[in-house]
Structure formats: C-alpha cells, structure tokens
Ligand binder design. Sequence first.
Ligand code: DGJ
Length: 733
Amino acid sequence: MAISVENGVFYLETANTLYQMKVDSFGVLNHLWYGAKTDDCMDYLLDYPDVGFAGNIYEAENQRTYSLNTLPLEYAAVGEGDFRVPAVSVTHADGSNALALRFQEYHIEKGKYKIPGLPAVYAKDDEAETLTIVLKDAASGVEVSLRYGVLAQADVITRSVVVQNKGKENVVLNRVHSLCLDIPYGNWEWVHFHGRHTMERQTERAALVHGIQESGSTRGTSSHQQNPAVLLCEKGCTETSGFCIGAALMYSGGFQAQIECDQLEQVRFVMGIHPDTFSWTLEPDACFYVPEVILSCSEQGMETLSHRFHQVIREHVCRGRYQLSKRPVLINNWEATYFAFDEKKIEEIAEQASRLGIDMMVLDDGWFGRRDSDFSGLGDWVVNEEKLQGGLGRLVEKINRLGMKFGIWFEPEAVSEDSDLYKAHPEWVIRIPGRNPVRARYQLVLDMSREEVVEYLYRAISKILTENHIAYVKWDMNRSICDWYTAALPAGRQTEMPHRYVLGLYALLEKLTTAFPDVLFEGCSGGGGRFDAGMLYYCPQIWCSDNTDAHDRVFIQYGTSFFYPASSVGSHVSAAPNHQTGRVTSLKTRGTVAMAGSFGYELDLNKLSEAEKEEIAEQVSSYKGYQRLIYEGNYYRLRNPYEDNMAVWAFVAKDRKEALVQGVVLRAASNVLRGSVRLRGLDAESFYQSAQDGRVYTGRALMAGGLLLPRTEGDDAAFTICLKQVPEVKNKN
Ligand code: DGJ
C-alpha cells in the first residue's frame, strides 16, 4: 500500500520517498515530512516555541506555544494567525477572509484521481493510489479537499485541491494554490527558469533570502519569462548528491510559485494559478477544481530528480499515438520562406527533403486567408489559393507522393482585425467595452471562454484535418493577454476569465486530439512561451524556442532538461548565419544540438551545397539510429555551460547497453589539453566501444577516469561519441 494511515498520521510512500502529515488534537493538518524514507513517524520534529506576536487559535485556550504561524501546515489559509504566504484565501459574503480548516474525513482509492476539464497525471489502477483529505471551515461551510496521487514506482506525488461551497452564501476564491509545502529545517536554495522570447528557461540558482521569492506569469500563458517548474535544493546539492524537491504545475495559464523563508528560517513553498489574474465566485454547492502540481524529490541530487520528471511526463502526462513512439523528422518552411511561398516553393523544399530521408513537410504560417504578412488573415482557416493553387489537397497529395507526411500550422486562439472572422464576429475578441484593445504582433485574441468560439475553432480546424491527409499540427500562440474581459460573464465575475480561457483552450485541445488520434500535435507559443506540463498532456512535443542558434540553444535546452524530457523538446537545424543572432555555427554543431530533442530542419535545402545536403542526409540517418536512445534513455547533464566552457550531455539506455555523449565546446582556446568528462549511469562491470575511434573502455574507467573528448577547433564546436557495450576486451599492457 502506497498510502496508509496510523493514529492520525498519513504515510504516502513511493519507492524511495516518504510524505507524511498528521491531524493534531485541534484537527489541524500538520505537515511532517517530505524526503527520504525514515521508517519513523516524524512528528518528533515538531517544535512549539513561544514566539512573540504569534497568535493562538481559540481552541488552544491559553497555550501560547500553539500557533499556526510557527507550525508546518499542510494547507495554509488566512485569518487564524499564520502570516506566511497562504495557499488559499477567500472572501465570504460578509466581506471577511478567515478560514479555519479542520480535518473532517479522508478516503483512499485505487488509481489516480482525474480533474474535470483540466489535464492531470494519469496512471493505471495498479500504478497509483489516491488519498483525499477533507478539511472544513465550520463557520462558512467551505470544504477543501486535498487530493494526493501517489505513483509509487515513479517516485511521484501529485497534489490538487477541490474547493466546495457547502454554505448558503456565495464565497469568492481569491487564491487557491495546488501546492503548499512547509519545510521547517535546512539551508535552502531555489532554481528557477527565467528568460524572454528567444531565450527561454535560463537557469538561475540562488540562496533563499528572508521574505518571499517568486516566479510567475500574469500573461495568460505560462510564458517565456518564467516557467511553471521550480526546484528547491539544499545548499551544496549537485547533479549527483544532496536533497532537492521539484514541483511542476500542469497548467498553461498565469501561475505563481512563491517560496517564503520566515522569521524562524522555515520555508514555505506554494504554487498554483496566479492570484493577480484570478478570482472565482463559488455559489452554494459549487466546486472549484485546482490544477495539479507534480511533485518529486531526490536524495541523490538533481539528475535523479530530472529522471523522475522525465519519466512521469513521458509515461503519465503525454498521451496519444506518438506518446512513446518515434516522431517523424520534419522540415518546416518558416525560416526558409517566412510568408513568401507558393506551392512550387514548398514542393521544391519537400523534394529535396525526401531525398535526404526527412519524413514530414510542415507548412507553417501563411497558408490561409489573406495571410501575406503578420498584419492579416488570422482566424480565416481556409486555404489561400493564390499561394497554393489547386488548394491544400493537391499539395498534400504531392508531398505524400514523395513518401512524406504533411503537417500544418494553426494559431487558433488569435485573430487579425483584417480577417473575415473579425468582420463577422468582432464580439468574439477579448476587449474591454469602451476601451481600445491591446494589440501584440498586430493581433487580437479570441475569447476562448465562450463556447461558440471553441465550437467555431473545432469546426474550422477539423474541416482542414478531415479534408486533407494531415499528420501533424503545430499549435502556435503568439502573444500575451492583458486586457481581460468577456461578455459571457457579469461585471463581478470578470476575474474568472483568465482561467476560463485556459479551460476553453483545454476543451478544444481535448476534443481535437480525441477526434484526430493519429495527428501529432506540437505545442508552440512564439517558441517556448507555453512550455509546460499542461500543454504536454495534449501535445507530446513543444517547439522549444524561436531561437534556433545552436550556441543559445545549448543554454535553453540545458534549462529545459531539468523537468522536461528530450522527446518533448522540438529542435531544428536552421540556416547560418542564424536568423535570430547572426551567429555562424557549423552544420555539425547545429545538427548535434538539435538532435537532443524531437529533431527537424527549418531552412531552404535548395540553397545548400551538395556537401551540406550529404551531411544532412547523414545527420537524419544517425538521428534515426539514436532516436530511441534519445527518447527513452536517461538524460545526464555532464557539464554545465554556465560554469564551464562546454556543455556536455549524454543519453544512456535504461539497460546501460548504449550511450550517446554529445557536447559543444563554447570558446576555442589554444595550448590546452583536450577536455575530458566522467560519464554516469554506465555499467561499471561492462565494456564499451566507441563508434568514433573503436577504443574499448571499461564502464568503470569511463565513470572514474572519464572519456577524453575529441580535439575541437573554433568556437561552438560540437562532438558526438556513441558507446556500445561489447564483450570483454583487454586493454591492459
Ligand atoms: C512563432 C513560431 O514560434 C514560429 O516557429 C513560427 O511558427 C511563427 N510563429 C509563425 O508566425
């Protein structure tokens, strides 16, 4: 049993971790432990100091030492003397805020709970158990059900919350986070992933300071600027040692992660929908379902934590036909043509691509409506026959005849003012009455909270997918949302709109992915502006960044790898000089870096020399050879590009029979030794042969002494070493 209860103590056990909480004599649910297995009840760690200005709940009578401000709590509210960041905050009909959450009951079920309308980790009934603990505020009737999904073998615990108003009057939820984790002891640092458009998920690690540190988004999407995945680690924690906890929110809208270090050096970590762009009115009997947080921890450093997240995302978040299977190597025309193409141009690119072994032609932005630039056309999902004479069907047939699949781009949530859709339905855009809407990339956003908008998009997209043999959809979204308003809600409930937008988006994605199970959906938001576990539930891969410069991608993909598996990372080889940075890197480097993900090309093959085309054919064929290892192997960050002059990463097969070591030396240097890197995850007792120089090594030598890296020349020079287990060979002289 992964979940057990003894004397009011809840034990959530996974293969290597333990989570504990306890109902105390006042019915308050205390958090006791999240970490390594201890074979003990950890309530002895609770301390009851008499801290000045700490309030005492009424039931505690004159016990000055019982204060919610100093106890580790499982789910923190406001109004009872806990002044740390709360997980939940409400406004009652009388305008007051207090919630006195006390234990009511619990249930344990087989299997993993689901969340209506929201993505959630899924598992077979024998892979997971669910614990629900119901807390109640007696004065108002508000019930808060804490839900825990325990995936024992995956070492993952999910957390979600259902709030039900069992009172007689409306209650407004001002914030309701999925995660609340109190940690009374330790010396902590946090790692978060910040960035900007074309430079997402930059890794930043910092010691906690007293007060609140925060990462979040109020942009309506999870954003380029911060990612909804945060790591808390003990000082000194490395890739391979030390304790760390990771939390990834399965949500694609605005989010907030706050970590507070309080007056007693205790840490509270909360995470959920961003309260600045959220509030929700709960009528009597109504329920609110809170998006889920995926939680894991590791005693063996961040590498093990990443392995756990990669596994749970691949096996229990991503879905559909392409969840675990190899994805087609694609060529996308965006950086090859931008808006300037016709069917002949696309066919020419596809013809070259098919000769080089590329599996799929993806037609990006510009194929529909009057879309000749980014000023017009969004919303009109009908083929532009001036560009594609003979229509989409003929082009798709031609591509299929080349032996290639065909994929297509949509930006369903957006609309151009210069479009037939806008003319027919100006009321469908997000716009505050009496104010001008905010444009971004010249476009407006559709009100996804309205059913008729979702229905229109479903019909328009499914028409294209039904009438044409389409194997792939790139789902883009190219702006942040700010001037929230929907005619579908009364004035007092406008703050529900950002969350309702996300629910509408999920409803559309769910309907389309169910109706078209054979289509591979790739997420995108100006690159990686909505790279989160919520989108991965519908799209097993996401375009990682609009920055295709291999040098920058090294850093972007390094940060992305902490939570997200390589199979989810869309990465392409583009032209040199790079269109975003002007940097020139070799085709070899561009190929090596792009291979650490779901691979493709995004350039005009007809502008390349014969030698370059040959090199591409070789890259495609090697990628296909490595693809299973890249998708299914364990991922190792062997060198950190922020600290070293190189990034080195490796994929090691789960059975340890094969390893792919790749890297980029960032700056060339003269008069230096070749670099070396100690590998991890190999079988110490086995022998491995390098496909590059034929040398056979013992696994033990590769992990203790390391692998000598090839000599490289020039900046951003890449290398690849493939190692395969072989029978014993004696190297000793
Ligand atoms: C942003 C995407 O990230 C690009 O790859 C491309 O699809 C453009 N949008 C098209 O407008």
